[in-house]
Design a protein around this ligand. Structure first.
Ligand SMILES: Nc1ncnc2c1ncn2[C@@H]1O[C@H](COP(=O)(O)OP(=O)(O)OP(=O)(O)O)[C@@H](O)[C@H]1O
Ligand SMILES: [Mg+2]
Length: 255
């Protein structure tokens, strides 16, 4: 099974940015094969990585429900789903990306969801790393879609509410002891004069600060100009990203 990293935290703290840099750092270190999973319905990990996402797992699920009576002759739902999932996986140089899209609506999705789970599990052994960007809410954690991960990175910025979210995530994941092996807090975009105070608050909350990611003006600059984070892999953001990969047991491959 691949080594897996999931990124969680309050909205706007930098989850997608950090997930994208994790993928880019693993690629740079030739740690592949890497699977990037965008588990945020408001999918944007692809954009950060410079990719266009054509179809999500949610779209495929809707498509199957809508066309259930018009499948090609001799094709079962399972076969259609399997073929569809293979098509949805976007292949970039150095990594693959799958976007989960919207969750289920009111239709009967149980069987389709169990198929998705089965085929996703079948896919995993062919990857060495899995990086998952999550939505801002906490629901996915209690729904256990973040199951069996090696490291959960929770992002905190200088909005005090983001620390409250981190505490809640810590509590929810205590019940998932076997499923989340390690948890680290990473601070992002915190102004210098607030760093010490925030560090203190994090430790008072009984949490471990793993590393701090600085604000890098090259990020909004690259995105504004229609580029992606792949254009700025020399960013100082990478220092903390490499530390995360090191602690999970990444090799120092050539870049
Ligand atoms: N270290 C950084 N330096 C500069 N800009 C950053 C940094 N981290 C994040 N940003 C910017 O901050 C904004 C929020 O970041 P991002 O989209 O990664 O957060 P998020 O937690 O994924 O948000 P959401 O909860 O909406 O999914 C984006 O505009 C992003 O480009
Ligand atoms: Mg995001």
């Amino acid at each position: 099974m691949p080594k897996s990293i999931a990124v969680a935290g309050k909205g706007g703290t930098g989850k997608s940015t950090i997930a994208a840099f994790l993928v880019l750092a693993l690629k740079q270190r030739r740690e592949g094969p890497i699977l990037a999973v965008d588990a945020d319905p408001d999918a944007n990990l692809g954009t950060h990585l410079g990719m266009r996402v054509e179809q999500t797992v949610g779209d495929l699920r809707e498509d199957i429900l809508k066309n259930i009576h018009d499948f090609p002759a001799g094709m079962s739902k399972a076969q259609y789903m399997e073929a569809g999932l293979h098509e949805i996986i976007e292949e970039a140089e150095g990594f693959d990306l799958i976007s989960m899209g919207r969750g289920e609506g009111s239709g009967c999705y149980c069987y389709l969801n169990s198929l998705i789970r089965k085929f996703s599990e079948d896919l995993l052994p062919s990857y060495k790393w899995l990086v998952m960007d999550n939505e801002a809410g906490l629901e996915h954690l209690s729904r256990r879609t973040t199951a069996n991960i090696d490291v959960l990175i929770t992002v905190v910025n200088d909005n005090p509410v983001s620390l409250n979210t981190a505490k809640t995530i810590d509590i929810i994941t205590k019940d998932l002891k076997n499923e989340v092996r390690k948890k680290y807090i990473v601070t992002n975009m915190v102004r210098d004069e607030r760093k010490e105070m925030l560090e203190e608050r994090i430790s008072q909350a009984g949490l471990d600060l793993f590393c701090d990611i600085p604000y890098d003006p090259a990020v909004p600059e690259a995105l504004f100009n229609g580029g992606s984070l792949a254009d700025i892999v020399e960013s100082p953001i990478m220092n903390c990203i490499h530390k995360i990969i090191d602690v999970i047991g990444g090799q120092h491959g050539g870049s």
